[in-house]
Write a protein that binds this ligand. Structure first.
Ligand code: CMP
Length: 143
């Protein structure tokens, strides 16, 4: 087990539906802690840069349109095996393929409007956390 940090985003649809609290409570009840959090309204350039790895994918324009349609909540989650744990709590990218009880199965609408984003590996977690937070904005229990 490793003490890790991961980036979590509550996407615009979930912010608009006023379900931030129930999403955060799933992280907390699974043992993850919020080490940093901020509401952000991404502009097009920021969204394109954050999701640059998907630039050539057919869903990219729809993804950028969605992620810029309203405010998001960006968070650093911290805990034992936080990256894998967060992905298990979120469920599969496509809510229809996700396991019942996961955030995306219970609250997601479709593959684009899937409620939450989470880093997929330690390297991406470091890059994604640095995209939104300076080191002194992260108030975790370690480092
Ligand atoms: P997220 O975890 O934010 O990472 C990339 C996002 O692209 C993903 O969640 C989905 O919201 C969106 N997306 C849309 N279509 C697809 C697809 N076919 N495969 C992967 N991601 C997709």
């Amino acid at each position: 087990m490793a003490l890790e940090r991961t980036l979590s985003i509550i996407k615009p649809g979930a912010v608009r539906r006023n379900i931030i609290g129930q999403i955060i409570s799933r992280f907390e009840s699974s043992g993850l802690r919020i080490a940093a959090a901020r509401m952000v309204r991404l502009d097009r350039e920021q969204a394109e840069r954050f999701y640059a790895v998907h630039r050539e994918r057919p869903f990219y324009p729809e993804l950028i349109a969605y992620m810029t349609e309203g405010p998001i909540l960006v968070m650093v989650l911290e805990g034992e095996d936080a990256i894998v744990k967060n992905r298990a709590i979120m469920g599969s990218t496509d809510p229809q393929k996700a396991t019942p009880g996961t955030i995306r199965f219970d609250l997601g609408k479709n593959t684009t409007r899937n409620t939450v984003h989470g880093s997929d590996a330690p390297e991406t977690a470091a890059v994604e956390i640095a995209f939104f937070f300076k080191p002194d904005e992260i108030c975790g229990r370690y480092a």
